[in-house]
Design a protein around this ligand. Structure first.
Ligand code: ADP
Length: 168
C-alpha cells in the first residue's frame, strides 16, 4: 500500500523501486480542501471597519469574509485593508467594510472538492493569505455560499500532519 513493495503471482514480493519523493507527492495530491477547511469568520457588508477590527481580535484571524444580506460572499477584508483604512483621521465606526474590502467577482475562491495542493498554489500565485471555500448557490449560481476557509495555517497544519505520519 505504501508503494515500496509490489506483488506478482508466482514471483512473490519485490522492491518496486519507487523513490520516496513520488510516494510523498502522490499522498500530497490526495488531500482535499473539504477535509482540512476551517470555519469561515464573517462580518456583514454593513459592519464598520471598527467592528471588523474587533472581530479580527476576538476570533484571532487575519482575514474576514464579508457577506451580503442573504449570507452570500460579497468580499474579503484583510489586516492590511483595515490598517490602511485606519491611517488618517477617519472615524472607523463610520467607515463601512464594504468600501475597503476586495469584492466579488474578483475574489479568489476554492471548492470543497479541490485538492489542498491546488488551494495552496492559489495562495502563492495570488499572494494572499486566505481563500474562502464556496459552493455556488442552488437558487443563483453566480452567488457563492461560504462553507469554510483555507489559510496558510491550514496548509502548514497539513504539512506537519504529512511529516508526522509513521515511517515505513
Ligand atoms: P494582508 O493584506 O493582511 O497582507 P492578504 O495578503 O491576504 O493580507 O491580502 C492582500 C490583499 O488581497 C488585500 O487587499 C485583500 O483584500 C486581498 N485579498 C485577500 N484574500 C483575497 C482573496 N481570496 N481573493 C481576492 N483578494 C483577496
Amino acid at each position: 500500500m505504501s508503494g515500496y513493495l509490489e506483488a506478482r503471482p508466482r514471483v512473490g514480493y519485490f522492491y518496486a523501486g519507487r523513490p520516496a519523493s513520488s510516494i510523498i507527492s502522490e499522498r500530497l495530491h490526495k488531500l482535499y480542501v473539504k477535509d482540512y477547511k476551517a470555519v469561515p469568520i464573517v462580518v456583514s457588508e454593513s459592519a464598520s471597519a471598527y467592528d471588523a477590527i474587533v472581530t479580527l481580535f476576538l476570533e484571532d484571524v487575519g482575514t474576514l469574509f464579508v457577506v451580503n444580506q442573504k449570507g452570500y460572499l460579497a468580499g474579503v477584508v484583510s489586516r492590511k485593508d483595515l490598517l490602511r483604512a485606519s491611517l488618517g483621521n477617519k472615524t472607523l465606526e463610520d467607515v463601512p467594510v464594504s468600501i475597503i474590502m476586495s469584492r466579488m467577482p474578483n475574489i479568489i475562491t476554492c471548492g470543497p472538492e479541490e485538492t489542498l495542493f491546488a488551494a495552496a498554489k492559489k495562495l502563492i500565485d495570488f499572494q494572499i493569505d486566505s481563500l474562502p471555500v464556496v459552493n455556488p448557490s442552488a437558487e443563483d449560481p453566480r452567488m457563492m455560499e461560504l462553507t469554510g476557509r483555507v489559510t496558510k495555517t491550514t496548509i502548514a497544519k497539513a504539512f506537519v500532519e504529512l511529516g508526522s505520519e509513521p515511517k515505513v
